[in-house]
Design a protein around this ligand. Structure first.
Ligand code: SF4
Length: 105
């Protein structure tokens, strides 16, 4: 296959990526919610639901601690998702938790 034909086949995907990139850079919260198996999230033990945290595995877990009351969470009160400063401002679940949790001041 010649390179011109290859480029023409990839052009729509490239245009789509170019159109989305500025939106993500300007508003990381517009990114897809962080998944538990995301490498950065898994490294800090992120769970979408704090109720699923195993306190035997994470001795630092305090009942009642969630992303919504974490100092690194910058989501709006009452929102389901919000940016996490520990995960490049990508959206995490307000009900989530990870081992980096720190109480809001
Ligand atoms: S640092 Fe805070 S807001 Fe981010 S995932 Fe951990 S508990 Fe949630």
């Amino acid at each position: 296959m010649n390179s011109r034909r290859s480029f023409l086949k990839l052009a729509p995907a490239l245009l789509g990526a170019c159109a989305l990139a500025p939106r993500l850079l300007a508003n990381p919260a517009a990114a897809a919610p962080v998944e538990e198996n995301d490498p950065a999230a898994a490294a800090i033990g992120y769970k979408k639901d704090a109720a699923a945290v195993d306190p035997k595995k994470y001795a630092q877990f305090k009942p009642g601690s969630t992303c919504a009351n974490c100092a690194l969470y910058t989501g709006k009160s009452g929102a389901d998702l919000g940016p996490c400063m520990a995960l490049a401002k990508r959206p995490v679940a307000a009900t989530g938790w990870c081992m980096v949790w720190a109480a809001k001041p």
